[in-house]
Design a protein around this ligand. Structure first.
Ligand SMILES: NC(=O)c1ccc[n+]([C@@H]2O[C@H](COP(=O)([O-])OP(=O)(O)OC[C@H]3O[C@@H](n4cnc5c(N)ncnc54)[C@H](O)[C@@H]3O)[C@@H](O)[C@H]2O)c1
Ligand SMILES: [Zn+2]
Ligand SMILES: [Zn+2]
Length: 402
């Protein structure tokens, strides 16, 4: 089968690899029709992880089941399914409590497994024609009858929509509250969408990219360009001097100043300053225990110069970690199905698998207009046309809906 393979820093290639197959009776084999490129893939792409050469990338996957193992009872050939990026067993101590992002069984010795990801187990990714899904009965979300019509929405259930939602859960967002989000990439935009759906009274989002900030504005979110150097003052001004009730970190360890120099503590310290005393902060942006290629000596060993004194004296709370996609994907799927959520409004490109290496380049450079890329390994000509017409309609609705 054809798959996108990591060769080394900023070097990915589409090539022939051995077919994905059923390896255990609990597996399903899925023909991938949509698979996204994620900001998390860029940490690997930039050579900032220990991912091994030859790894097939891709953890945001949707497709049709074409084969199931003998021990699969619920999932049927022909089902349209979206796969959580976390691969979970369903029976370990953490999975039992809904914490599938920290499954103890699928990647022994650590907590959490994923498709095509550094340090998350031996599993291949779905930026490929086919994907093997372990414990298929547990891991597949069966999509409703409008699976194909709303495919560009449903594929966001694999990661970024639940992850954005998770950021607002960790922060403790309640109706009527104000929320500030750092990072207006796909995850930050999904946190904004989630906060709006949850009934936040005011949502602010901080970034520098005008195209990304414009997307946030389309759904009624207040864009704040931190290259002006006044982001915190603007947030305080907008919240009567108190700071936002809740804050979300949607950038991670490669956060940087407006000139692009990495300052790993920037977003965490800015959040402490721009969230009110006793407020909550949800951190879904990835931070890592070791980052040997970091410019900063603390960051090399996974530490940041965190303003703990201010954080403590403000009595703030913080929650962190991988999103437990399964804890949210069924409910968020329902919101998409009935038209209350339209995560596809951020999709900028729908491309064939062969175009993936070029797409990585543009998305990595955060080139203007490259907000979210969906790859269609099973072909895309007709679909993309339909989707772009749909997307225009959705954007109009999304704006009208808020
Ligand atoms: N916890 C999880 O389960 C989970 C899941 C998916 C992604 N992630 C992580 O979420 C983060 C965001 O993902 P994405 O796909 O949106 O990535 P992205 O890189 O496309 O977006 C990040 C955005 O943050 C902005 N930014 C950089 N420095 C900033 C600063 N100092 N202040 C404000 N904004 C700043 C960038 O301009 C960019 O637009 C990544 O770290 C990714 O790995 C975590
Ligand atoms: Zn992702
Ligand atoms: Zn488990």
């Amino acid at each position: 089968m054809k798959a996108l393979v990591y060769n080394g820093p900023r070097d990915v290639q589409v090539k022939e690899v051995p077919d994905a197959t059923i390896e255990r009776p609990t597996d399903a084999l899925v023909k991938i029709t949509s698979t996204n490129i994620c900001g998390s893939d860029l940490h690997m792409y930039e050579g900032r992880t220990e991912v091994e050469e030859g790894k097939v990338l891709g953890h945001e996957n949707l497709g049709q089941v074409i084969e199931v193992g003998n021990a699969v009872d619920r999932i049927r050939v022909g089902d349209w399914v979206c796969l959580p990026f976390n691969i979970a067993c369903g029976f370990c101590k953490n999975c039992e409590r809904g914490l599938t992002g920290a499954c103890l069984f699928m990647n022994p010795g650590t907590a959490g497994a994923a498709y095509g990801f550094a340090g998350m187990g031996p599993y291949r990714g779905g930026q490929a024609e086919y994907l093997r899904v372990p414990y298929a009965d547990f891991n597949c979300l069966i999509l409703p009858e409008d699976a194909r019509e709303k495919e560009t929405d449903y594929v966001m259930l694999s990661d970024i929509f639940p992850t954005g939602w998770h950021a607002t859960e960790l922060a403790g967002v309640k109706p009527g509250e104000s929320v500030v989000i750092y990072g207006c990439g796909p995850v930050g935009l999904m946190a904004a969408h989630s906060a709006m759906i949850k009934g936040a009274s005011q949502v602010m989002i901080v970034d520098t990219h005008p195209d990304r900030l414009a997307l946030a504005k389309q759904i009624g979110v207040i864009p704040i360009d931190y290259s002006r150097g006044t982001a915190i003052a603007e947030i305080l001004e907008l919240t009567g001097g108190e700071g936002a009730d809740r804050g979300c970190e949607c950038v991670g360890y490669q956060c940087h100043d407006p000139a692009g120099h990495e300052v790993p503590h920037a977003t965490m310290n800015d959040l402490v300053k721009s969230v009110r005393a006793t407020g909550g902060i949800g951190v879904v942006g990835v931070f890592v225990p070791l980052d040997p290629k970091a410019a900063d000596s603390l960051a090399k060993v996974g530490k940041i110069a965190f303003d703990f004194g201010l954080f403590w004296s403000k009595g703030q709370k913080v929650g962190t970690g991988q999103a437990n996609v399964k804890a949210y994907n069924r409910s968020l799927c329902e919101l998409i199905h009935v038209g209350r959520a339209k995560p596809s409004w951020i999709v900028s490109h729908e491309l064939g698998l062969d175009e993936a290496p070029d797409a990585y380049k543009h998305f990595d450079a955060r080139d203007k207009g490259w907000t979210k890329v969906i790859l269609h390994p099973a072909g895309m000509a007709k679909r993309a046309k339909r989707a772009s017409t749909l997307k225009k309609a959705m954007r109009k609705e999304a704006v009208a809906g808020h």
